[in-house]
Write a protein that binds this ligand. Structure first.
Ligand code: ZN
Length: 326
């Protein structure tokens, strides 16, 4: 073991309200079912491990700019089941992923056709817990076409589906995503509807789907709103995630929200369900998740195809709080 900084060692700045102190959930385990670690740093991995994140799911998405060829998709999918999983293991976090053609790039039909052909080469690999993130962005005809095609693929593979709902016209996009999933014969219990808000949650739960919430600064959901949602709707089939990516986002959103829930009187059992167990229940329908695998032992000198997270003779980091960088 190395590198573990106890949460109580952290200095909470004087005068900061108690609600910002993550120590309220010290000792709890967390599962972040939507986080794009490829875009994050090793410091993020370390901070997540320190805060109790023991496992995560990295959905396939776009790079922030359009890909120009199918090989770029192939290398990306390979990294999700290869190098990134290894990198995560170096911080003691079990890494899973979902594989899919994201909604934005479904609009490049010539490329989308080629991506559909390679998807079956990746979705059956070890640690792939679903098809995702797929769904609607602008709600175009091409997005509709490849969303349907990937639902069929999920059905064939017996995998859960992780659905990205649009930022614009969210309510209609969410309803449409659910209608189409049902039309294609998917069991709502196999479908995780993501990026919910106050406007969509009731219908998603009433129709038997899983409702995921992204705690994302300034846009999707603040975590004080999330506390209110759990107070109102309870913890059944609800899960929260950070969706941290290359944008302004927070990879500690799950443990921070858990702490805020605790300080707002939500029971530890309910917190545990929405920040850990429900995601495991939903995605373990893939047959790919075993909680016993979460206790990853850390050896930062380990190698993946000859490469390590240590650069040029670095020693594994021991004391993260030291200000000396040697
Ligand atoms: Zn995402």
């Amino acid at each position: 073991m190395c590198c573990s900084l106890n949460i109580e060692d952290r200095q909470v700045p004087a005068g900061k309200p108690e609600a910002f102190d993550i120590s309220a959930v010290k000792g709890m385990k967390f599962f972040d079912p939507h986080v794009h670690m490829t875009s994050r740093t090793t410091d993020d991995y370390q901070a997540m491990a320190d805060a109790g994140v023991v496992a995560l799911i990295e959905p396939a998405f776009w790079l922030g700019q359009p890909r120009t060829g199918v090989d770029s998709f192939k290398d990306y999918y390979s990294s999700l089941v290869g190098w990134e999983r290894f990198r995560s293991s170096q911080f003691g976090i079990k890494h899973y992923c979902t594989i899919g053609l994201n909604s934005r790039e479904a609009n490049n039909e010539a490329l989308a056709e080629q991506v559909m052909e390679v998807l079956p080469l990746f979705i059956y690999k070890d640690g792939v817990v679903g098809i995702g993130e797929i769904g609607f962005d602008d709600q175009t005809a091409a997005e509709d076409k490849y969303y349907r095609a990937q639902l069929e693929l999920a059905k064939e593979a017996g995998l859960p589906v992780q659905i990205h709902t649009p930022h614009r016209d969210k309510k209609r996009g969410t309803q449409r995503s659910m209608d189409i999933a049902i039309e294609h014969g998917l069991d709502p219990y196999m479908v995780i509807i993501d990026h919910n808000n106050e406007e969509t949650v009731k219908e998603v739960l009433d129709r038997g789907f899983w409702a995921a919430f992204t705690i994302y600064p300034f846009t999707k959901m603040g975590n004080q709103r999330m506390v209110e949602i759990v107070k109102q709707y309870g913890s059944e089939r609800i899960m929260i995630n950070s969706a941290a990516d290359w944008g302004i986002s927070d990879p500690l959103a799950v443990p921070k929200t858990a702490a805020l829930m605790k300080l707002n009187g939500i029971s530890e059992k309910d917190i545990e369900l929405v920040t850990y167990s429900n995601a495991i229940t939903a995605f373990s329908q893939s047959g790919q998740i075993d909680e016993a695998d979460f206790a990853v032992s850390v050896d930062q000198s380990a190698k993946f195809e000859g490469n390590t997270v240590l650069r040029g003779g670095q020693q594994p980091r021991i004391d993260k709080s030291s200000i000396i960088i040697s």
